[in-house]
Every structure is written in structure tokens, then in C-alpha cells.
Design a protein around this ligand. Structure first.
Ligand SMILES: Cc1cn([C@H]2C[C@H](O)[C@@H](COP(=O)(O)OP(=O)(O)O[C@H]3O[C@H](C)C(=O)[C@H](O)[C@H]3O)O2)c(=O)[nH]c1=O
Length: 181
């Protein structure tokens, strides 16, 4: 397992060690001891989520505020997505900056997104199964979001916007400047 910090403090790219043989492959998708040792963090994940989406589906940018803020460890089991994490920590030197990384069944990369980030992804493959761990429970009342095409962020989602499939809820998310932080 290798861990590399991104330009955004405490946001890490994790690459598990893959064991391949004539049967296929094996890897530890999460190991608490190694995660804590290599990130220097001690995160207690308490909820696992999974979503299935088709090409062009864009989920995000989402986060939870206050005591229900969530750190996430995200990965792709099937397919290929562009995953985006936006630093919305008010006191952060990289506030308003984001990282974008392709996560796929082939590269098996994972992204650790700390509390204080907005998160979203777009599906680049025919379909994708997205799986992630959260260190806090879902709390509808604590949900916040930023519109995916925020002008300040100007995220390049890789696909042409006429191909985007966005939920009615996400279509009306506020710009970052008006976001609930
Ligand atoms: C997130 C969540 C949702 N739900 C229910 C609420 C809705 O009835 C239904 C679909 O929820 P939503 O449309 O918010 O699902 P996504 O658009 O995939 O939301 C996620 O998308 C981005 C990428 C994230 O990082 C967040 O984890 C999360 O906001 O599942 C639950 O019951 N528990 C949960 O933890």
C-alpha cells in the first residue's frame, strides 16, 4: 500500500498492493493499521456506501456540515470515474482549490477526502460501481452542496456537459460563494 498526500493537506491518494496470480487478483481494500500508519491519521469509518451509475452521471458536489461532517475513503469497484474533492475548509490555505483524479477498476486507486471537503464524481465508463467508507453517519439535515459547474471552481469534468446526468436536487445546488459552510 502506498500513500501520497495531494496538494490539499490531509487529502491522500492511496494505492493498494495487488496480488495477482493465475486465478485473478487479491488486495486489501482497507487496513486500519496501515491506513493510520501511512496517513498519520486515526479515522474510525462507521458507514459504507455504494452507488451504481451510468456514463455521464455526475453526483455532487456534496458534503455534510457541523457535527455530521464526513471524511470519506472512496474507490471504484467497476468502471472509471473522475473523482473531485474541493477544499472548503474556511481556514485552509488551499480553500477553493480542488483535486481531480481518475479512479477505476483498473488502477484500483483510492482517495481519502477529509472532513471539510465537498466531493463529487462523474462516470466516464459505460457504468460504474462506486464504493466508499464514511467516518460519520448520513444526516439529511446536515447536507450541503455546491453546483457542479461553479464558475469559480471551473472543474473540467472531461465529458461534454450535454452528456451530464444530474439529479434534480443537484441541479439547484448553490454556487460556492453561497454554499452552506
Ligand atoms: C448519501 C446517502 C443517501 N441516502 C439516501 C438519500 C436518498 O434518498 C438516496 C440517494 O441519495 P443522494 O441522491 O444524495 O445520493 P448521491 O447523489 O450519490 O449522494 C452522494 O454523492 C456524493 C458523491 C457523496 O460524496 C455523498 O456521499 C453523497 O451525497 O439515498 C442514504 O440513505 N444514506 C446516505 O448516506
Amino acid at each position: 500500500m502506498t500513500v501520497k498526500e495531494t496538494k490539499l493537506k490531509n487529502c491522500f491518494i492511496i494505492e493498494p498492493k495487488i496480488f495477482e496470480d493465475e486465478r485473478g487478483y487479491f488486495f486489501e481494500s482497507f487496513n486500519q493499521l496501515m491506513f493510520n500508519k501511512l496517513t498519520g491519521k486515526s479515522v474510525n469509518f462507521i458507514q459504507d456506501n455504494e452507488s451504481f451509475s451510468s456514463r455521464g452521471v455526475l453526483r455532487g458536489l456534496h458534503y455534510q456540515v457541523g457535527e455530521y461532517a464526513q471524511a470519506k475513503l472512496v474507490r471504484v469497484i467497476k468502471g472509471n470515474v473522475l473523482d473531485v474533492a474541493v477544499d472548503i475548509r474556511k481556514d485552509s490555505l488551499t480553500y477553493g482549490e480542488y483535486v481531480a483524479i481518475e479512479l477505476s477498476e483498473d488502477n484500483k486507486k483510492q482517495l481519502f477526502i477529509p472532513r471539510g471537503f465537498a466531493h463529487g464524481f462523474i462516470v466516464l465508463s459505460e457504468t460504474a460501481i462506486f464504493s466508499y467508507k464514511c467516518d460519520n453517519f448520513y444526516n439529511k439535515e446536515s447536507e450541503g452542496g455546491i453546483i457542479f459547474n461553479d464558475k469559480t471552481l471551473a472543474i473540467d469534468w472531461k465529458l461534454s456537459s450535454d452528456k451530464f446526468i444530474v439529479s434534480e436536487k443537484d441541479k439547484v445546488l448553490p454556487a460556492m460563494e453561497n454554499a452552506r459552510l
